[in-house]
Design a protein around this ligand. Structure first.
Ligand SMILES: [Zn+2]
Length: 437
């Protein structure tokens, strides 16, 4: 008969332990080191400590031994591999008019994904019902192919401000019914996994940082120009969320004293009320109705409306009014960005979102304004580039948000000490310091 197991009381790991465990995992995860001697060389940790940490990480299923690695004389050391398939992450990006869902492995590689039209304004119940159904479908698909993988965490991007600490939207202007809704609690209960929720612009910035055009950068600014305008800030390699989680909400910065244009937030003079996709569509419609653009009048007649995408197409075919609208929007965005560039000195500004993807004209106007209005030192090395992940940035970033949280040193040390995962990590609520990068 087996002895009854005495429950293991997790010991509180020392700070050195926390750091060395995370360092060893990060070196193998990033591919910077593949063998124990390489880990030792890169980290400065002694051989005994490296062996202990590797053993712990192997025991809990995060690492495995592979083929023989390169030998520097003597017996070749075994190569170590991060077990990216030890679990999966569910990620969703909810836009104003679409849902994107995906399943990734623990290295952020997308294994399956789905996208469909959806209206965020229907409210949290119908939208999250649909997200849950899509997650279930993808999991069935993945499990048929990869076996019974456990969900280690869930990441959700929403098109509005989110209080990151609680995973609840906070007075989101385009999301009626979502204010204070417990998105995190609902999905945790449904899938039995930890959930993190953030503004989609932050997940987009994170996606670009980990897997897109900002890979390897430390100071970037991601600007989304879609129906609205928002920005995500990465400072020193970390997402800067600010004290309440709404850093980067530049769409409602005042760019004009006129009290004539009222923004959807209720204020007047906001950047997005002049330069966002909805503003472009409004001005394009007026131009069509007032006979200032033959092209847009034709669009209005055949489709019954004018969209921001119509204005981009019109501009590309030489419609002067549309060229002016896009140039004016680009200049307004650019002059605000110039302030941010001076204030914050990023190395890279990435412009994403539907309106930015539609043509070069807007991006050219943004660039011109930023370079003209910023100090030479701030722009000497500055690159302003279009998003390379485009509409996938938010989904990939939502998965990386979860991965970053799971492997934050303190959490990692706790669940490794507690003997999980094998199934999925049991997370304890531990205070986090800044993640090691
Ligand atoms: Zn506003």
């Amino acid at each position: 008969m087996q002895e009854p197991k005495t429950p293991r009381t997790p010991t509180v790991p020392s700070p050195e332990h926390v750091d060395s465990l995370a360092t060893v995992l990060d070196l193998v995860r990033s591919g910077a080191a593949r063998t124990r001697p390489e880990i030792s060389r890169h980290s400065g940790l002694g051989r005994t400590v490296v062996t202990q940490r590797v053993n712990q990480l192997t025991e809990c299923g995060l690492m495995e031994e592979g083929a023989l690695g390169p030998s520097s004389g003597g017996r070749a050391p075994r190569e170590l591999r991060f077990r990216a398939r030890a679990g999966v992450i569910l990620a969703a990006e909810l836009g104003a008019t679409s849902i994107g869902v995906g399943v990734t492995d623990l290295s952020g590689t997308v294994l399956a994904e789905r996208e469909e039209a959806a209206d965020i304004a229907l409210g949290p119940d119908p939208v999250l019902d649909r997200v849950e159904i899509l997650f279930d479908e993808l999991l069935t698909e993945i499990r048929a192919e990869h076996g019974d993988v456990a969900v280690w965490g869930i990441g959700i991007g929403l098109p509005g401000p989110v209080e990151f600490a609680t995973g609840r939207p906070s007075a989101p202007p385009i999301m009626p019914g979502w204010d204070g809704y417990p998105v995190r609690d609902r999905l945790t209960a449904r899938f039995g996994a930890p959930v993190w929720v953030d503004n989609e612009v932050n997940t987009m910035a994170l996606g670009e940082l980990r897997a897109g055009s900002a890979k390897g950068q430390r100071d970037i600014l991601y600007v989304k120009i879609g129906t609205g305008i928002g920005a995500g800030l990465v400072s020193g390699g970390r997402l800067h969320r600010g004290s309440q989680g709404c850093a980067g909400d530049i769409g409602h910065a005042a760019v004009n004293d006129e009290a004539t244009v009222v923004c959807r937030c209720g204020n007047t003079g906001c950047l997005e009320a002049y330069a966002g996709g909805a503003a472009l569509a409004r001005d394009g419609l007026a131009a069509a109705q007032e006979g200032r653009s033959e092209f847009l009048a034709g669009v209005l007649e055949s489709t019954g409306t004018v969209t921001a995408a119509d204005i981009s197409r019109a501009a590309q075919s030489g419609d002067r009014t549309s060229v002016e609208l896009l140039t004016r929007a680009g200049r307004l965005i650019g002059s605000l960005l110039a302030t941010l560039v001076s204030f914050y000195n990023p190395a890279l500004v990435i412009i994403g979102g539907g309106v930015a993807a539609a043509g070069d004209l807007l991006l050219a106007a943004v660039r011109e304004s930023v370079y003209r209005r910023s100090l030479p030192l701030a722009t000497r090395e500055l690159r302003i580039a279009r998003s390379t992940l485009s509409d996938r940035a938010g989904l990939v970033g939502a998965a990386f948000m979860v991965i970053d949280e799971l492997f934050a040193p303190e959490r990692l040390a706790h669940w490794v000490a507690a003997g999980s995962p094998a199934g999925a990590p049991e997370l304890v609520d531990v205070p986090l310091r800044a993640p090691l990068l």
